[in-house]
Design a protein around this ligand. Structure first.
Ligand code: 5GP
Ligand code: ZN
Length: 142
């Protein structure tokens, strides 16, 4: 199994350092974030080391996708949250600190004060159509 001996999450997978593990299967592990944005904040991550979410093979992506619904249901039940944010910080510019792909599940309540900055923009005439064409071409070759 590919691992990086200097990676904190690989070390958690290998039980070299402790973590509050809530779920584990052959491909996925989920544990409490050590610095929670809200009580019960989870990190869900593949056991194999991938730094980049775009490089995860389909089988690992499927395993992560399969783990998400039950983890989300459990999070709602355990924390009493009304909802949760699923967040993947992909790349340093996006806030990724631990270079082992992971998804945050952050419990939310309408009055939790966590907030988020969402400065919505808009498109000039024709730009959305250009982007759709570019996306369709890129996805066809991805
Ligand atoms: P990122 O910014 O890379 O998306 O988030 C990394 C997350 O990993 C942070 O929220 C941080 O609190 C969490 N984290 C970092 N080191 C550890 C650790 O040793 N154990 C646990 N449980 N979480 C960690
Ligand atoms: Zn790793």
């Amino acid at each position: 199994m590919a691992r990086d001996p200097n990676c904190i999450f690989c070390r958690i997978v290998a039980v070299e350092i402790p973590a509050a593990v809530v779920y584990e299967d052959e491909a996925v592990i989920a544990f409490l974030d050590i610095g929670p944005l809200a009580e019960g904040h989870l990190l869900m991550t593949p056991k194999v080391h991938y730094a980049d979410v775009t490089q995860i093979p389909p089988s690992v992506a499927a395993n992560l996708g399969a783990a998400l619904p039950p983890l989300g249901r459990a999070l709602l039940k355990v924390t009493g949250a009304e909802g949760f944010n699923v967040l993947c910080n992909q790349g340093r510019s996006a806030g990724q600190v631990v270079q082992h792909v992971h998804f945050h599940l952050i419990p939310r309540k309408s009055d939790d004060g966590l907030g988020f900055r969402w400065n919505a923009g808009s498109y000039e005439a024709g730009r959305a159509e250009e982007l759709v064409a570019a996306y369709q071409k890129a996805i066809a070759n991805a």
